[in-house]
Design a protein around this ligand. Sequence first.
Ligand code: CA
Length: 232
Amino acid sequence: MNILIVEDEPKTGEYLRQGLREAGFVVDLATSGPDGLHLALEGQHDLVILDIMLPGMNGWQVLQNLRNQGRQMPVLFLTARDQVEDRVKGLELGADDYLVKPFSFAELLARVRVVLRRGKTGQEVTSLHLADLELDLLRRRVTRAGRRIDLTAKEFGLLELLMRRQGEVLPRSLIASQVWDMNFDSDTNVIEVAMRRLRAKVDEGFDVRLIQTVRGMGYVMEMPESGACSGA
Ligand code: CA
């Protein structure tokens, strides 16, 4: 999942970027209103964390511009001003949530996850399923046939992406940009290695393999067609 932070205070911005990266997100950071708007319009962010008082253009203007241009990604406002009018104004403009400074990182992460689970439909999704595999987004836990599977933050992010878009062939370039902050051109087999580890944890020891390779195209998560040989 990709998150854009728009925050002009260097300490806060870095702190958030670092923490969210450690939690498995791909993070962009902008330090002014215009830069934030530009990145949000150019990129593929699942969530924008937006400070209100920003140089160049304030958070409300950034949000208004995004909505005017049809961008519906969820927006979480950060504000130092805990005032009713601010909240009302932001919510009217289409913000999804508020966090009043100072806040703890744990609190921010919890809000981020709630907003992401709610997604664009407005309905909160708390778990993802495929066959006997379950991803519990609330407790960040994965089980298959009731058995607990321990994943790293990156592996969880990878599996979440595959599960959210099950049935869809995901090219490596998309996985690279969504789960790792890198271009496909990078001369690295990090995706193959991670996919192998994830498969070992999710599919090994089970009759049905849920993660499929589509040669020359990418990966897809789905129930294999009967008789099909999979997992190559
Ligand atoms: Ca600020």
